[in-house]
Design a protein around this ligand. Structure first.
Ligand code: C2E
Ligand code: MG
Ligand code: MG
Ligand code: MG
Length: 286
């Protein structure tokens, strides 16, 4: 009896794998026409200064409006796009949207306003993509490099390929800022923090989620913030969902916060309204 149950489990398991593979294959196929069919959407999530409570930056997050499946999360389609290489074209598309909006919105926000864009390792290392293209695009659109933050993950900085450092330096020359996304989840080596010129650490949501006065996550966040400040970096906490988390992060001098407590990622027109309301509020406060 146990044996036949085992056989059944194997059968269910292989069916599940087959479904997952079929799903991936069809996503990969549909993704190829997503850019041309205008199915990608650029959403924006506000980043708040914890000292002033104002919206000072935003992060661009990609969505896919699939013709039959509806709005698809990037956690589902980005890995597929990375596997097929489609991420290059998709990444160029969203970079252009982000740059255009950064230009449009800069007068609505403060001096340090910037829009951040996520970049997969492949977008850095693939020889067919040139950081020159992004810099050229900013130039053509008339966007100051300081209005753009590139978000990368720790893994990229452990890649020995010299192109990584070259491209980061190239960005740096144009005033483009660099943030380490999901900080604290990937690697134990911190040596890259002194090797590369980084502007921001983004504390991963797994730390923020468990934050409580004096607990382990609190101690880790505090340590990250102290270290970052001593190295001249600013810290953004991701996934802030409650007033308690906001308060604790403010207590330990975290610079910025981002999360559902303030706003989920929203379409560009809604983000623009948030920016306008925020500057209006500030004017009446002053
Ligand atoms: P990420 O860059 O770490 O983005 C933060 C994720 O946390 C976003 O998920 C955001 O919607 C979500 N989030 C924000 N606030 C909260 C909160 O308070 N609670 C919780 N539970 N979640 C919150 P999203 O939009 O699903 O994106 C997932 C990941 O997909 C991103 O993680 C990023 O790695 C990747 N991604 C998104 N857009 C792009 C893109 O244009 N290019 C590339 N290469 N990757 C992207
Ligand atoms: Mg990010
Ligand atoms: Mg993150
Ligand atoms: Mg990430």
């Amino acid at each position: 009896e146990a044996k036949s149950r085992g056989r059944n489990n194997v059968r269910y398991f292989s069916l599940a794998i087959r479904d997952a593979l079929a799903q991936r294959t069809s996503l990969a196929r549909d993704l190829r026409s997503a850019v041309d069919n205008n199915e990608l959407r650029d959403y924006y999530q506000p980043i708040i200064c914890l000292r002033t409570g104002r919206i000072v930056k935003g992060e661009t997050l990609m969505r896919w409006q699939h013709p039959t499946r509806g709005l698809i999360s990037p956690t589902l389609f980005i890995p597929v796009a990375e596997e097929t290489g489609e991420i290059i074209r998709m990444g160029d598309w969203i970079f252009r949207q982000a740059a255009q909006n950064a230009l449009k919105w800069q007068s609505l926000a403060g001096d340090e306003f910037a829009i951040s864009v996520n970049k997969s390792p492949m977008q850095f290392i693939d020889p067919s993509t040139m950081s020159d293209d992004w810099i050229q695009l900013l130039h053509t659109l008339g966007v100051d490099g300081r209005r753009i933050v590139v978000e990368i993950t720790e893994g990229l900085l452990l890649d020995p390929d010299p192109i990584v450092e070259q491209r980061l330096l190239h960005f740096r020359d144009r005033g483009i800022q660099v943030a380490i996304d999901d900080f604290g989840t990937g690697y134990s080596s911190l040596s890259y923090l002194s090797k590369f010129d980084i502007d921001y650490l983004k504390i991963d949501q797994s730390f923020t989620r468990n934050l409580n006065e004096g607990n382990e996550s609190y101690v880790l966040c505090e340590a990250i913030i102290v270290m970052a400040h001593k190295l001249g970096l600013k810290v953004i906490a991701e996934g802030v969902e409650t007033a308690l988390q906001r308060n604790l992060l403010r207590d330990i001098h975290c610079d910025y916060a981002q999360g559902f407590f303030y706003s989920p990622p929203v379409p560009a027109d809604v983000f623009e309204d948030l920016l306008k309301a925020d500057s209006q509020q500030n004017m009446t406060r002053a």
